[in-house]
Design a protein. Structure first.
Length: 94
């Protein structure tokens, strides 16, 4: 686990730096993502998907979950307390 210094600096573990091609002097992006922080390595061409794409992925996941439930797999909770629309408003200031 990395430790934050008194100057708010963080050391990237060598295995992660090697895996993602992060080298000394590179700039990385820090992106707030709800209750977590995403670190985006240099040269990453990742772009946040648009709403239509996110809904498409959500629908696919929902279909997979329905299939798992029909197969008799044990379900922990049927009501998680949120709706599909909540995915686009949680953690964002209004």
């Amino acid at each position: 686990m990395a430790k934050v210094t008194s100057k708010f600096q963080v050391t990237v573990p060598k295995a992660i730096a090697s895996n993602y091609g992060i080298r000394p002097g590179d700039e990385i992006d820090w992106i707030a993502a709800g209750e977590v922080i995403r670190v985006v390595p240099p040269g990453s061409k990742r772009v946040a998907p648009d709403t239509a794409t996110r809904l498409h992925f959500f629908d696919q996941a929902t279909a997979r979950q329905a299939l798992r439930q029909r197969s008799g797999a044990r379900v922990r909770s049927s009501d998680r307390g949120w709706r599909r629309e909540d995915l686009y408003s949680r953690g964002r200031s209004r």
